[in-house]
Design a protein around this ligand. Structure first.
Ligand code: GAR
Length: 210
Protein backbone atom coordinates (compact mmCIF):
# COMPACT_ATOMS: atom_id res chain seq x y z
CA UNK A 1 0.00 0.00 0.00
CA UNK A 2 1.31 3.45 -0.93
CA UNK A 3 1.49 6.22 1.60
CA UNK A 4 0.83 9.94 1.43
CA UNK A 5 1.78 12.56 3.97
CA UNK A 6 -0.31 15.71 3.61
CA UNK A 7 0.86 19.11 4.81
CA UNK A 8 -1.84 21.67 5.59
CA UNK A 9 -2.24 25.08 7.20
CA UNK A 10 -5.99 25.65 7.15
CA UNK A 11 -9.43 24.47 6.10
CA UNK A 12 -8.47 21.12 4.61
CA UNK A 13 -10.97 20.88 1.76
CA UNK A 14 -8.31 19.48 -0.58
CA UNK A 15 -7.39 17.00 2.16
CA UNK A 16 -11.06 16.02 2.21
CA UNK A 17 -11.23 15.49 -1.56
CA UNK A 18 -8.06 13.36 -1.48
CA UNK A 19 -9.37 11.35 1.47
CA UNK A 20 -12.63 10.71 -0.37
CA UNK A 21 -10.69 9.58 -3.45
CA UNK A 22 -8.75 7.07 -1.32
CA UNK A 23 -11.99 5.80 0.24
CA UNK A 24 -13.94 5.47 -3.02
CA UNK A 25 -11.16 3.83 -5.03
CA UNK A 26 -10.44 6.74 -7.36
CA UNK A 27 -6.98 6.51 -5.78
CA UNK A 28 -6.24 2.82 -5.28
CA UNK A 29 -4.03 0.99 -2.73
CA UNK A 30 -3.11 4.24 -1.01
CA UNK A 31 -3.60 5.65 2.44
CA UNK A 32 -3.01 9.03 4.02
CA UNK A 33 -0.39 8.03 6.59
CA UNK A 34 -0.41 11.40 8.37
CA UNK A 35 -1.55 15.00 8.16
CA UNK A 36 0.91 17.59 9.46
CA UNK A 37 -0.03 21.22 10.08
CA UNK A 38 2.09 24.22 11.01
CA UNK A 39 -1.00 25.70 12.72
CA UNK A 40 -2.64 24.01 15.70
CA UNK A 41 -5.97 25.68 14.87
CA UNK A 42 -6.14 24.38 11.28
CA UNK A 43 -9.69 23.04 10.79
CA UNK A 44 -8.26 20.37 8.47
CA UNK A 45 -6.79 18.61 11.51
CA UNK A 46 -10.31 17.87 12.72
CA UNK A 47 -11.19 16.43 9.32
CA UNK A 48 -8.17 14.12 9.52
CA UNK A 49 -8.85 13.08 13.12
CA UNK A 50 -12.46 12.26 12.30
CA UNK A 51 -11.16 9.88 9.64
CA UNK A 52 -8.72 8.25 12.07
CA UNK A 53 -5.65 9.70 10.36
CA UNK A 54 -2.68 10.50 12.63
CA UNK A 55 -2.09 14.24 12.90
CA UNK A 56 0.88 16.28 14.00
CA UNK A 57 1.36 19.98 14.64
CA UNK A 58 4.76 21.56 14.09
CA UNK A 59 4.38 25.26 14.85
CA UNK A 60 6.84 27.25 12.74
CA UNK A 61 6.87 30.00 15.38
CA UNK A 62 8.68 27.64 17.77
CA UNK A 63 11.75 27.58 15.52
CA UNK A 64 14.42 30.28 15.24
CA UNK A 65 14.77 29.89 11.48
CA UNK A 66 13.03 28.56 8.39
CA UNK A 67 15.83 26.00 7.99
CA UNK A 68 15.31 24.60 11.48
CA UNK A 69 11.55 24.38 11.03
CA UNK A 70 12.04 22.55 7.74
CA UNK A 71 14.46 20.05 9.32
CA UNK A 72 11.93 19.23 12.04
CA UNK A 73 9.19 18.92 9.43
CA UNK A 74 11.32 16.65 7.28
CA UNK A 75 12.16 14.38 10.22
CA UNK A 76 8.50 14.06 11.09
CA UNK A 77 7.49 13.33 7.48
CA UNK A 78 10.22 10.76 6.99
CA UNK A 79 9.02 8.70 9.95
CA UNK A 80 6.07 7.75 7.75
CA UNK A 81 8.24 6.92 4.69
CA UNK A 82 5.70 8.39 2.28
CA UNK A 83 5.65 7.75 -1.46
CA UNK A 84 4.44 11.32 -2.00
CA UNK A 85 4.47 14.44 0.13
CA UNK A 86 1.35 16.41 -0.73
CA UNK A 87 1.05 20.14 0.00
CA UNK A 88 -2.66 20.85 0.43
CA UNK A 89 -3.02 24.48 1.39
CA UNK A 90 0.33 24.52 3.20
CA UNK A 91 1.12 28.22 3.44
CA UNK A 92 4.84 28.14 4.18
CA UNK A 93 7.68 28.60 1.75
CA UNK A 94 10.06 25.66 1.93
CA UNK A 95 13.86 25.78 1.90
CA UNK A 96 15.87 24.45 -1.02
CA UNK A 97 17.28 21.69 1.21
CA UNK A 98 13.77 20.48 2.10
CA UNK A 99 12.58 20.54 -1.51
CA UNK A 100 15.69 18.75 -2.75
CA UNK A 101 15.16 15.99 -0.19
CA UNK A 102 11.99 14.86 -2.06
CA UNK A 103 12.91 14.82 -5.76
CA UNK A 104 9.84 13.88 -7.80
CA UNK A 105 7.90 13.17 -4.58
CA UNK A 106 6.76 16.64 -3.50
CA UNK A 107 3.62 18.09 -5.10
CA UNK A 108 1.51 21.19 -4.56
CA UNK A 109 -1.79 22.68 -5.68
CA UNK A 110 -1.85 26.35 -6.48
CA UNK A 111 -5.00 28.42 -7.13
CA UNK A 112 -4.06 29.87 -10.52
CA UNK A 113 -3.11 28.82 -14.03
CA UNK A 114 0.65 28.85 -13.47
CA UNK A 115 2.89 30.53 -14.45
CA UNK A 116 0.26 33.28 -14.06
CA UNK A 117 -0.20 34.58 -10.53
CA UNK A 118 2.33 32.78 -8.35
CA UNK A 119 2.14 33.75 -4.67
CA UNK A 120 -0.84 35.01 -2.70
CA UNK A 121 -4.27 36.59 -3.44
CA UNK A 122 -4.50 34.92 -6.83
CA UNK A 123 -8.27 35.41 -7.28
CA UNK A 124 -8.19 39.14 -6.56
CA UNK A 125 -5.21 39.55 -8.86
CA UNK A 126 -6.90 37.63 -11.68
CA UNK A 127 -9.98 39.87 -11.41
CA UNK A 128 -7.86 43.04 -11.24
CA UNK A 129 -5.92 41.91 -14.30
CA UNK A 130 -9.13 41.37 -16.27
CA UNK A 131 -8.31 37.83 -17.41
CA UNK A 132 -11.14 35.75 -18.91
CA UNK A 133 -9.83 32.43 -17.61
CA UNK A 134 -8.40 31.47 -14.24
CA UNK A 135 -7.99 28.12 -12.52
CA UNK A 136 -5.76 25.80 -10.56
CA UNK A 137 -2.53 23.90 -11.15
CA UNK A 138 -1.10 20.77 -9.59
CA UNK A 139 2.68 20.83 -9.95
CA UNK A 140 5.91 19.33 -8.70
CA UNK A 141 7.64 21.56 -6.19
CA UNK A 142 11.03 23.02 -7.03
CA UNK A 143 12.98 25.52 -4.93
CA UNK A 144 11.58 28.48 -6.89
CA UNK A 145 8.12 29.39 -5.54
CA UNK A 146 5.11 28.09 -7.54
CA UNK A 147 7.35 27.33 -10.51
CA UNK A 148 7.72 23.54 -10.80
CA UNK A 149 6.62 21.33 -13.70
CA UNK A 150 2.82 21.32 -14.11
CA UNK A 151 1.01 17.97 -13.80
CA UNK A 152 -2.64 19.00 -14.37
CA UNK A 153 -4.45 22.28 -14.72
CA UNK A 154 -8.15 23.12 -14.69
CA UNK A 155 -9.45 26.36 -16.17
CA UNK A 156 -12.59 28.17 -15.04
CA UNK A 157 -14.20 31.26 -16.61
CA UNK A 158 -14.01 34.64 -14.89
CA UNK A 159 -17.38 36.43 -14.89
CA UNK A 160 -17.77 40.21 -14.78
CA UNK A 161 -19.90 39.81 -11.65
CA UNK A 162 -17.15 37.88 -9.83
CA UNK A 163 -15.56 38.93 -6.60
CA UNK A 164 -12.56 37.02 -5.18
CA UNK A 165 -14.83 34.81 -3.05
CA UNK A 166 -17.09 33.79 -5.95
CA UNK A 167 -14.18 33.14 -8.26
CA UNK A 168 -12.31 31.33 -5.50
CA UNK A 169 -15.24 28.98 -4.91
CA UNK A 170 -15.32 28.11 -8.63
CA UNK A 171 -11.57 27.44 -8.61
CA UNK A 172 -11.80 25.37 -5.42
CA UNK A 173 -14.38 23.05 -6.98
CA UNK A 174 -11.90 22.48 -9.82
CA UNK A 175 -9.08 21.86 -7.32
CA UNK A 176 -11.12 19.09 -5.76
CA UNK A 177 -11.33 17.40 -9.17
CA UNK A 178 -7.74 17.68 -10.31
CA UNK A 179 -5.75 16.93 -7.15
CA UNK A 180 -7.13 13.38 -6.80
CA UNK A 181 -6.67 12.86 -10.57
CA UNK A 182 -3.05 13.96 -10.39
CA UNK A 183 -2.27 11.84 -7.32
CA UNK A 184 -3.95 8.79 -8.82
CA UNK A 185 -1.89 9.16 -11.98
CA UNK A 186 1.39 9.67 -10.11
CA UNK A 187 0.81 6.75 -7.72
CA UNK A 188 -0.13 4.37 -10.52
CA UNK A 189 2.81 5.44 -12.70
CA UNK A 190 0.57 6.85 -15.47
CA UNK A 191 2.26 10.17 -14.94
CA UNK A 192 5.98 10.58 -14.32
CA UNK A 193 8.61 13.24 -13.86
CA UNK A 194 11.66 12.56 -16.00
CA UNK A 195 14.55 14.98 -16.26
CA UNK A 196 12.40 17.81 -15.00
CA UNK A 197 9.50 17.20 -17.40
CA UNK A 198 6.10 15.61 -16.84
CA UNK A 199 5.13 12.67 -19.06
CA UNK A 200 1.75 10.96 -19.29
CA UNK A 201 0.98 7.52 -20.67
CA UNK A 202 -2.53 6.91 -22.10
CA UNK A 203 -5.18 7.86 -21.32
CA UNK A 204 -4.29 11.51 -20.94
CA UNK A 205 -6.90 13.53 -19.02
CA UNK A 206 -8.22 16.45 -21.04
CA UNK A 207 -6.77 18.94 -18.63
CA UNK A 208 -3.28 17.40 -18.40
CA UNK A 209 -0.15 18.31 -20.28
CA UNK A 210 0.57 16.19 -23.32
C1 GAR B 1 -6.46 26.07 -1.83
O1 GAR B 1 -7.17 26.97 -2.63
C2 GAR B 1 -5.04 25.89 -2.36
O2 GAR B 1 -4.97 25.93 -3.75
C3 GAR B 1 -4.35 27.08 -1.75
O3 GAR B 1 -4.87 27.17 -0.45
C4 GAR B 1 -6.20 26.67 -0.44
C5 GAR B 1 -6.29 25.62 0.65
O4 GAR B 1 -7.62 25.22 0.83
N1 GAR B 1 -2.95 26.92 -1.76
C6 GAR B 1 -2.09 27.93 -1.89
O5 GAR B 1 -2.42 29.08 -2.02
C7 GAR B 1 -0.63 27.52 -1.88
N2 GAR B 1 0.20 28.64 -2.12
P1 GAR B 1 -7.97 23.90 1.65
O6 GAR B 1 -7.26 24.03 3.00
O7 GAR B 1 -9.45 23.95 1.80
O8 GAR B 1 -7.49 22.70 0.89
Amino acid sequence: IKKLVLLISGRGSNLQSILRACQTGQIIDTKIAAVISNRAAAPGLVVAQAAGIPTEVIDHRAFPSRAEFDIALQQQIDQYAPDLVVLAGFMRQLTDAFVEHYPGRLVNIHPSLLPAFPGLHTHARAIAQGVCWHGASVHFVIPELDAGPVIIQAAVPVHTSDDPAKLGARVLAAEHEIYPQALSALLSGRCKLEEGRVYWSDPIPSCANT
